[in-house]
Design a protein around this ligand. Structure first.
Ligand code: NAD
Length: 333
């Protein structure tokens, strides 16, 4: 099921939607993880009139959220009492520690509470969370997003949602202020499956773009001329137009802002590792993804982990300089 939010009335009985929207006015929401994605997403919910309590355990991020007008707690217990809980956390381990086990939130939330995890994590963990939530009479959706920090800020994210359709319909009016599109991918875990494959293709495409732009420059092309050619040729892509890795060509690209993340290299390493693992589990070849993963992992280990993933271009430039030095010294020996 694909639902354009502006088309809600075509998919649902008008009165029911209005009634639901009213029901969700001023919803008590707890938002766990107010980082690069979480803060702008939660801000749209606040602007839509919901009562949003932030939960963030990194002091600098908590401070930024307070400066943006949020009440912020550092402890998970503060989420008890919320009607809807969102999480936007770095890794599956973070998500498991927040929800599962004796100290996890699932053990203490009121039955019927809706929990929406928008972090990018593995499918098995998402399914485990859905099962454990059901055992505690909670309603759980895996709802990862695509569109990056800019999409989060502009409220144009695509949500790919796995889980019960009634729960998705119930929570749809709350997703609306953050999203351009909400797509039901199927049962529990399928939102994460879609997200992993999306990032696999996007990550490989970004790696190929970094390698290609660097090669273009080293062969003697001006990157701004190549941008003009690429965007009207067969290699044109969202990555080239949005994330062009050489600085100063696309003004809004992370490369033109000192490679400030965006989408950190270390998160790309996490996501491509998820794709490689999923490929192993399903006996699917992933050699291209494995090569891209190795390149990002090198970049991460060489100090680019916290920068935007397009800093792979810088890491590749360093390797190229080193290769040139070695070739020179061999030639003069
Ligand atoms: P981030 O590191 O900027 O934000 C995550 C926040 O969660 C951090 O501020 C961290 O302190 C907080 N946190 C971690 N454990 C916590 C806990 N137990 N309690 C409270 N807060 C906790 O990362 P991000 O870029 O916002 O990404 C978040 C998720 O979204 C990741 O899974 C990522 O893969 C995914 N994602 C990111 C992008 C992007 O462009 N940045 C795009 C789509 C999806």
């Amino acid at each position: 099921m694909s639902v354009h939010l502006n088309d809600l009335e075509r998919h649902h009985d008008h009165a029911v939607v209005r009634c639901r929207s009213k029901e969700w006015n001023m919803t008590q929401i707890a938002w766990i993880g107010l980082g690069r994605m979480g803060l702008p997403m939660a801000s749209h919910l606040k602007a839509a009139g919901h009562d949003v309590l932030g939960i963030e355990n990194y002091a600098a991020a908590a401070e930024r959220a307070r400066a943006a007008g949020f009440a912020v707690s550092e402890t998970l217990e503060a989420a008890n009492g919320a009607e809807v809980i969102f999480s936007m956390l770095p890794t599956a381990a973070d998500v498991r520690s927040v929800y599962l086990g004796a100290d996890g939130l699932f053990a203490s939330l009121r039955p019927g509470t809706i929990v929406v995890d928008s972090s990018t994590i593995d499918v098995a963990t998402a399914r485990l969370l859905a099962e454990d939530a059901a055992a505690h009479q909670l309603r759980f959706l895996d709802a990862p997003v695509s569109g990056g920090v800019k999409g989060a800020e502009a409220a144009t994210l695509t949500f790919m949602v796995g889980g019960d359709k009634d729960t998705l319909e119930a929570v749809m009016p709350i997703l609306e202020p953050m999203s351009g599109r909400v797509i039901s991918a199927g049962g529990a875990g399928t939102g994460q499956a879609a997200k992993i494959v999306n990032n696999m293709i996007m990550g490989v495409s970004t790696a190929a773009t970094c390698e290609g732009i660097l090669l273009a420059q080293r062969i003697g092309l001006d990157p701004s001329v190549f941008f003009e050619i690429a965007t009207t040729s067969t290699c044109d892509s969202w990555v080239i137009r949005t994330l062009f890795p050489a600085p100063g060509i696309v003004a809004t690209a992370p490369s033109s802002d000192g490679y400030a993340a965006g989408f950190m290299t270390k998160l790309m390493v996490k996501d491509l590792a998820l794709a490689v693992e999923a490929a192993k589990q399903t006996a699917t070849p992933a050699t291209v993804t494995e090569t891209a993963l190795a390149a990002y992992a090198d970049a991460m280990n060489n100090g680019f982990g916290e920068l935007d993933c397009t800093s792979l271009y810088l890491s590749m430039s360093e390797i190229a300089d080193e290769m040139a030095r070695t070739a020179d010294s061999q030639a003069s020996a």
